[in-house]
Design a protein around this ligand. Structure first.
Ligand code: HSE
Length: 409
């Protein structure tokens, strides 16, 4: 394919929304350094979008018909920043089959079709790269693929959704209301088009599925990951958390243990001493434990136009450096058995009506009371127990006001 004969690599951007326009801006702003690192001049030849952009400096690059891009042998790399499965899946597969590399921020597509698309890329001597799909601008895919290859990674704990971290931080520090903060996050371009994906944990679930798959080298199906969002977290929960020197974060985690492979997304109480405690606002962090290295943490802006676009463009540079070759990515199309969380264990924070105090003490035995001065309530921390045992006890108690898992140190 003659796509770089004169030192130019032609690129197409699919979707001129927040991330797509960011890709164009990053390439334009840092072109001298990027071209040097890529070893060629990156040229945006096409932008695919349903809309027109009159007055935009790139308006004459906009096309509405994907076949123009697919059938142009000069296009070597495609940035898929459309999101969603349809038509992104078909467009990606067709591009890879035509030997065009694809760089994407689309976590939904990577989580659901990653191993298949990686295999198609391998068969066609090109690349399917997805650094921007997890943690926005934070380098985490490349470290897992290239840097931690001497490790057996047994645990990943991440704050992987900028919108929910932004909301929880504002609720914690400013006592702000959920809806008001969500609106701000949307205005800043952090949130998904459908904010349910953020606040119900679905976005973090896709992302931890991707990281878990890279951790195992096999496929962790996102559908098998227990997922709980932040919609039930209230200002009262934060009052208790402060009383315990903790905060509440939406964590996405996976653990490779002797008892099985566990993965979940849920709000957790997290102690001040834990490195993830101070990850605030739109920032994300991924805390990785390897059996030789011990702990390492990757931190940065997890959402937003330019951070995410920067990660997409870093993949374009990787593609430019490896034209005609596939960069190794260990993610086989064989499913990992995910153990049900009933078998997982940990401590829990629980709130019940004050009149249930005696019963709670009887049912749970040893517990540590937490008093945040909230009337008519009794709150406590349990000892370590299995999820199943905990759920049975809560049932015996006849329910609770709220319960939040506690991250072990
Ligand atoms: N809505 C996502 C977030 C965008 O808030 O993290 C980045 O994936």
């Amino acid at each position: 394919m003659d796509n770089h004969g004169n030192g130019t690599i032609n690129i197409a951007v699919l979707g001129y929304g927040t991330v797509g326009s960011g890709v164009v801006e990053v390439i334009e702003t840092n072109k001298t350094a990027i071209n040097k690192r890529a070893g060629a001049e990156l040229n945006i030849k096409y932008i695919l979008d349903l809309r027109d952009f009159p007055g935009d400096p790139y308006e004459n690059k906009v096309v509405h018909d994907y076949s123009v891009i697919l059938n142009d042998p000069e296009v070597a790399v495609i940035c898929e920043t459309m999101g969603g499965i349809k038509p992104a899946y078909d467009f990606t597969k067709q591009a890879l089959m035509a030997g065009k590399s694809v760089c994407t921020s689309n976590k939904e597509l990577v989580a659901s079709h990653g191993p298949e698309l990686i295999a198609v890329a391998r068969e066609n001597h090109c690349n399917y790269l997805f650094e921007a799909s997890v943690g926005g601008g934070i380098p985490i895919i490349r470290p897992l693929n290239y840097s931690l290859t001497a490790e057996k990674i047994d645990a990943i704990t991440g704050i992987l959704n900028g919108t929910t971290n932004y909301i929880l931080t504002k609720m914690d520090k400013e006592g702000a209301g959920f809806e008001e903060v969500l609106k701000e996050a949307q205005e800043k371009g952090y949130a998904e088009r459908n904010p349910e994906a953020d606040v119900e944990g679905y976005d973090a679930c896709r992302k931890i599925a991707i990281l878990s798959s890279l951790m195992c080298g096999k496929n962790v199906k996102y559908e098998e990951i227990y997922t709980e969002g932040i919609t039930k977290i209230t200002s009262a929960d934060f009052r208790y958390a402060r009383q315990m020197n903790k905060s509440i974060k939406l964590l996405a985690m996976s653990r490779d243990t002797d008892r099985g492979f566990f993965a979940m997304v849920a709000p957790f109480m997290i102690s001040r001493e834990h490195p993830l405690y101070s990850v605030s606002d739109v920032f994300n962090a991924v805390y990785v434990h390897g059996n030789m290295l011990g702990d390492s943490m990757y931190y940065g802006r997890g959402a937003g136009k330019l951070p995410t676009a920067s990660a997409v463009v870093s993949d374009v540079v990787d593609c430019a450096r490896h034209l005609g070759k596939t960069v190794m990515c260990f993610w086989e199309n064989e499913d990992v058995k995910v153990t049900g969380i009933e078998e997982d264990e940990g401590k829990f924070f629980v709130r019940v009506p004050a009149k249930q105090k005696e019963k709670a003490m009887g049912v749970f035995g040893s517990l540590a009371e937490v008093n945040a001065g909230i009337a008519d309530e009794f709150a406590f921390m349990t000892h370590v127990m299995k999820e199943k045992e905990f759920n049975d006890k809560i049932k015996e108690l006849g329910g609770c006001i709220n319960r939040i898992r506690i991250l072990s140190a």
